[in-house]
Design a protein around this ligand. Structure first.
Ligand code: H2U
Ligand code: ZN
Length: 343
């Protein structure tokens, strides 16, 4: 029998709970040394041109649908030519015909857009100036203001790098706005509201102040923003970017918060790139409050970078994870310490 009073040894397998989703992750630090002869992927992009005549996002070029991009000089937005969600103007609202509880149907009303962050094909957010990143933040906010007037959820996101599934290295993100709340939004809304009900404060505001006090999982912070590898991180170098004071939406950011965000994102992204000396791939996006409001909601961005042990070895969700439970090897504390070293 084990001694029930013993303190859990965090260098041995243990589980941590994600309070945003109420899901658990298994942390198995002792496995990080196991041998590896699995998949590798091509890493760095060398000799990238500033303009690529074959890029469908570069200024002046033609897109797959036959549309021509303007010769834009800052940022540029267009409706996705292969949109996953379509607005009711295109697919009229119809009464969903579910067939009992086993065949449930609903419509998928929404708008999808592509956001070009810069006319420069070879740039990344990590290497843009603070003012250039500020124009991207303004673009996110303008889009949220416009689409948020029509849709309940505005998912702003960026997929970077071929390993993460990006179709093009040109610096860009996307927006999928929908009249329905997607799964992640429902779960985070529920858990933040329940915490707010219990404590009268925002879950993530309380959480990041505890992280600043401990320092164990901090990546970078200033008076406005905090970046941490969350206690419950799943991806090897996963981060959470959170404003320190209660802020529900990207639209609530004041000028000082916006400037600090531009600086903070740059600091974090350059540390990412330094981990394996390669442009770090990731899936990332903003969780800004549902546009009709949500109690206790705190604005935040998730960064989910898949790279694990080198520029070309990514974590792939394993069978046990798909069947049973998420699991990671390196501790979140070790990942945060590594990122701090690289700032
Ligand atoms: P990703 O690299 O993040 O997949 O984004 C590229 C998006 O651009 C993708 O959703 C769209 C694709 O549908 N696209 C266009 O809208 N027009 C094009 O000419 C090519 C790609
Ligand atoms: Zn391009």
């Amino acid at each position: 029998m084990c001694d029930a009073t013993q303190v859990l040894d965090l260098s041995k397998p243990h589980r941590r709970r994600n309070p945003l989703t109420d899901e658990w992750v298994i942390v198995s630090p002792q496995r990080a040394t196991r041998p590896w002869s699995g998949r590798t992927d091509g890493g760095a992009r060398l000799g990238m041109p500033t303009y690529d005549p074959n890029c469908y996002l570069c200024p002046g070029n033609e897109r797959a649908g036959g549309q021509q991009n303007p010769t834009y000089t800052s940022t540029f937005v267009f409706d996705n030519d292969f949109a996953a969600l379509l607005p009711h103007e295109v697919v009229p609202n119809a009464r969903p015909e579910s067939d009992g509880e086993l065949f449930v149907l609903d419509d998928a009303d929404g708008t999808c857009r592509v956001l070009c962050f810069s006319p420069r094909h070879d740039l990344t957010l990590a290497h843009m100036s603070v003012d250039q990143v500020l124009t991207v933040i303004d673009l996110w906010r303008d889009q949220l203001a416009e689409l948020g007037a029509r849709y309940r959820w505005v998912q702003i996101f960026e997929t970077r790098g071929a390993i993460s599934g990006a179709s093009n290295p040109h610096p860009h993100g996307q927006i999928w706005a929908s009249s329905f709340l997607p799964n992640e939004a429902i779960v985070e809304m529920h858990n933040q509201a329940a915490y707010f009900e219990r404590h009268g404060t925002n879950l993530l505001v309380d959480y990041v102040e505890r992280e600043i006090a401990s320092g164990d999982r901090l990546v970078t912070h200033d008076e406005h923003w905090v970046v941490v590898v969350p206690y419950w991180a799943y991806w090897p170098y996963e981060t959470l970017v959170v404003p320190r004071r209660p802020t529900a939406s990207l639209l609530d950011l004041d000028g000082a918060q916006r400037r600090s965000l531009a600086e903070t994102l740059g600091t974090m992204l350059r540390a990412f790139d330094a981990v394996f000396d390669t442009p770090f791939p990731y899936c990332s996006g903003w969780h800004t409050a549902p546009t009709n409001g949500a109690a206790g909601w705190q604005l935040h961005a998730h960064y989910y970078p898949p790279l694990l042990r080198s520029a070309d070895v990514a974590k792939i969700p394993a069978s046990y994870e798909l069947l049973a439970n998420d699991q990671r090897d390196m501790t979140p504390e070790a990942a945060a310490a590594r990122l701090r070293e690289l700032i």
